[in-house]
Structure formats: structure tokens, C-alpha cells
Design a protein around this ligand. Sequence first.
Ligand SMILES: O=C(O)CCC(=O)C(=O)O
Ligand SMILES: [Fe+2]
Length: 330
Amino acid sequence: MAPDRQLVVIDLHDFDNRRDEITAQLMHAAENVGFFYVKEPALTQMAETMFSATATFFALSDDQKANFAFRPAVNKGWEKLAQVRPSTGTADLKESVSLGFCDMEGLWPSDSVCPGFKDTATAFMLECEKLSVKLLSCFATGLDFPKDYFEKMHNIDKADCQQTLRCLFYHDVTGQVFPPGYWRAGSHTDFDTLTLLFQRPGEGGLEVCPGREAVTEFASSGEIWTPADPIEGAITINIGDMLMQWSDDKLKSTFHRVRTPGAGEYQGPRYSLAYFNQCDRSAIIQGPLKKYPPISGDEFLKAAMKRNYDALSKRKDQALQVERNAAAAP
Ligand SMILES: O=C(O)CCC(=O)C(=O)O
Ligand SMILES: [Fe+2]
């Protein structure tokens, strides 16, 4: 059956009275496409303040930002031209700073360096959290779990909480031409449960490729990409690998990527904000049908990173072999 490519916009107004209708819409979008939009103008308005704060942060010198360098063990901090996806083998043309409710010791810029950054980011993350709890309660009901099932396992008050806000800054590429294989963000799925992605109108480039049937499959089936452009007042939402596994593959974690704009398109900077709902390290992931063995949030993320690392190593080995063969050719 051809995949349903329509990215629907779901309106959450009168949430408490319309919960069943909204749950049905969310489940349909998550089962068929894995990407959809949720209308939430108050939160997209608040995101504008966060976008300004991130622009101030990214405008610091690299030396200053290096004080908040990325810590892989906790997935927090700043990195630049560093994230290499197995799908491309090249570093994404971007920098990012990942923030959270815990594991942030020494990673917050002070007010003298970046005025109000910590307060703005914390207030914004708390609002993202509120929306996430609402959406996750619908998915819990839709999967026949208790309503607060996911909320309990994404607990921002716990020391092993892994909720993360990644602020992204894709550099100005005006006038630059990149060879094929260079992406603002190479094709990937998110490792998390649910991503809330804030994009700004006029700064597009995100594309999605539905069609993946099992969370264990690396590639998506088919290579037909559909734009997921920013919509004013709406948040782009996608299912991640954790929820795909937690739903026994019923809800789809879809491949997506961000194109590098070419000549004739807007090639200026692009900012986005991704709030990754990732379950606590100690939470146990297993679907109602027990299709996959139980796995902790900690093990799940480590396994996902290892899968990426192995795929990347394989890619490098293959490239090296091609080089060696070419050098050995008469
Ligand atoms: O910036 C975007 O639009 C997408 C970012 C993304 O997919 C990610 O960081 O996982
Ligand atoms: Fe992503």
C-alpha cells in the first residue's frame, strides 16, 4: 500500500473535552506517517524568545562556546561540524547546544556571557514538557497503557532524566556550493520517544521519508522525500525509535533530513529547536505485545549509538577499500 504522505495539522483546542478525537488523530498520523504538526501558537510564540537567546549564544566566539563543549556521556553541551550520520559519512553543516534539566553542571553560560539564557531555556523546556505530557498521555491511551504511563518514565525530577532540548544553528551558506553528500542534517531517525521540533517560517529544508516497518531496520523503504516545511503557529512533531519499539512497531519513527539550500533559494542561517523526549535511564521499554525483549532507557540509547557507530565504521572501511583498490589499479 502506498504510504499516506499527508502531514496533518492537529488542533489541540478544548483538549480535555476532545481528548478521544485528538488521540484518534494522533494515532492515525503516528501509525501512517510518523510526522505531523500540532497547533500551539502560545508555545511557538514563546519559542521566538528562545530563538533569540540561542542566536545570542551561537554569536559567541568558538573559544567562548568551547567552555560548554559537548559531553557525549550525558549528551549535553555545544558541538560544531561534529555530528556525522552513517547515512552520509560527512559532518552535518551545523552547530548545536544540547540542554536539559540535569547533567548540566558547568554547561550553562553565565548571565554575563549570555544574559538570561538559563532562565529562558528552562522556562521554555518546562512548557515543552507540559505539551509532551499531554501528547504522551494520548499515545499511552492509544496503545492501551494507563494514561500516565509515559509521563512516569520521562520524569524531569529524577536524576537519571534524559529529556533534552537541542538548539540548532545551520550556518549561512550564501554563495557556497557543496558536493553531493553534504547536508545540513543527514538522513536519520531520532532515538527518542517523541520530538517537538520548532522551525521558523522561511527557514525550510526539512524532508521526511515514511515507509520504515521495523525499528531494527536501518534504512527506510523507498527514497521518496516529502517536505515538512514550517507552519506558522504549529510545532512539527515526530515519533522516535523509543516509541516505535514501545509500540511494537505500530507507531513509525520516520527517516528525515535537512537539505542544504542551493542557488536561487534562501541560503541564510537556519535555526531550529528540538525537544527530545527520552525516557529516564532506568525506565524499561517494552510494548504491549512484547515483540522485543525489555530494555532500559540507558541501554536503548547506548545500543542506538553503537548501531550508528558500527554503520559509520563500516562505511569508512568500505571507502578505504575503494581508495586502496583505485590505488592498486594499473
Ligand atoms: O533542524 C531540523 O529541522 C531537524 C533537526 C533534527 O532532525 C535533529 O536534530 O534530530
Ligand atoms: Fe531528527
